[in-house]
Write a protein that binds this ligand. Structure first.
Ligand SMILES: Nc1ncnc2c1ncn2[C@@H]1O[C@H](COP(=O)(O)OP(=O)(O)O)[C@@H](O)[C@H]1O
Ligand SMILES: [Mg+2]
Length: 217
């Protein structure tokens, strides 16, 4: 499996071309960091990759590598999970509620969702906080909860838009490490302007002149 973008071009109405014939492949189980200063088009690229914006040319596919997929996971797993800079958690609810209820895949009853939520909270190192209100958590803890919520749906693709931008250095690196390390059953794309975060990814790219080029960090 891989996430693949082929020949993507994109401009907002009356805007300049932000993506120009961009190619990108993120094999399953690997991560790609997309680096660029503000305003260059990182969020736009993620929006196109995630199907929120339609490219003016080119296409995005989540495809099996080398031949047809048997018992294809894409029929039972949702394609894309998003992680944002501001975590969009329910501040007045517990960590467990945020992960179990908001992240609950369709068809799960509450007990099963809570069981799965504990597994994911443990994976991201915040299971001890399950009964705390999100409001009482640090930024780094909140972002780990957001990752656990994203993991609930067992996505094929994780798109993270500057997920560490609001965090202090140590928390940022901790969050980036689990983001990149714990979604081993997905293609992970993380937009960041932080080279220390990008260095943790399988491959780091610079977004420049509408295309990605491999970055030496
Ligand atoms: N909805 C929109 N409509 C028009 N222009 C936009 C829209 N969103 C972003 N832009 C412009 O596109 C450019 C790239 O934005 P963005 O993708 O958010 O960059 P980055 O995430 O790298 O900071 C910027 O010049 C921004 O002003
Ligand atoms: Mg952005």
């Amino acid at each position: 499996m891989s996430l693949r973008a082929v020949g993507l071009s994109f401009a907002y109405p009356h805007g300049e071309l932000l993506l120009k014939d961009l190619d990108l492949a993120v094999p399953w189980g690997t991560s790609a960091a997309i680096m660029a200063p503000s305003g260059i088009g990182k969020s736009t690229l993620l929006a196109v990759l995630g199907g929120l914006r339609r490219p003016s040319s080119g296409f995005v596919e989540i495809s099996p590598d080398g031949g047809p997929a048997h018992a294809s996971p894409e029929t039972v797993r949702p394609a894309v999970a998003w992680v944002f800079q501001s975590m969009q958690l329910l501040l007045g609810r517990t960590v467990l509620d945020n992960v179990a209820l908001v992240g609950m895949p369709r068809g799960f009853d509450r007990a099963r969702a809570e069981g799965l939520a504990y597994v994911e909270l443990r994976r991201f190192g915040v299971d001890a906080l399950a009964h705390r209100l999100v409001r009482s958590l640090s930024g780094g803890q909140r972002q780990r909860v957001a990752l656990a919520r994203a993991a609930m749906a067992d996505p094929l693709v994780v798109l993270a838009d500057e997920p560490t931008a609001n965090l202090d250095r140590a928390s940022a690196l901790g969050v980036a490490e689990v983001l990149i390390g714990q979604f081993s059953r997905a293609s992970v794309v993380v937009a960041t302007h932080d080279p220390a975060v990008a260095r943790l990814a399988s491959v780091a790219y610079l977004l420049r002149d509408g295309r990605v080029e491999t970055a030496e960090l």
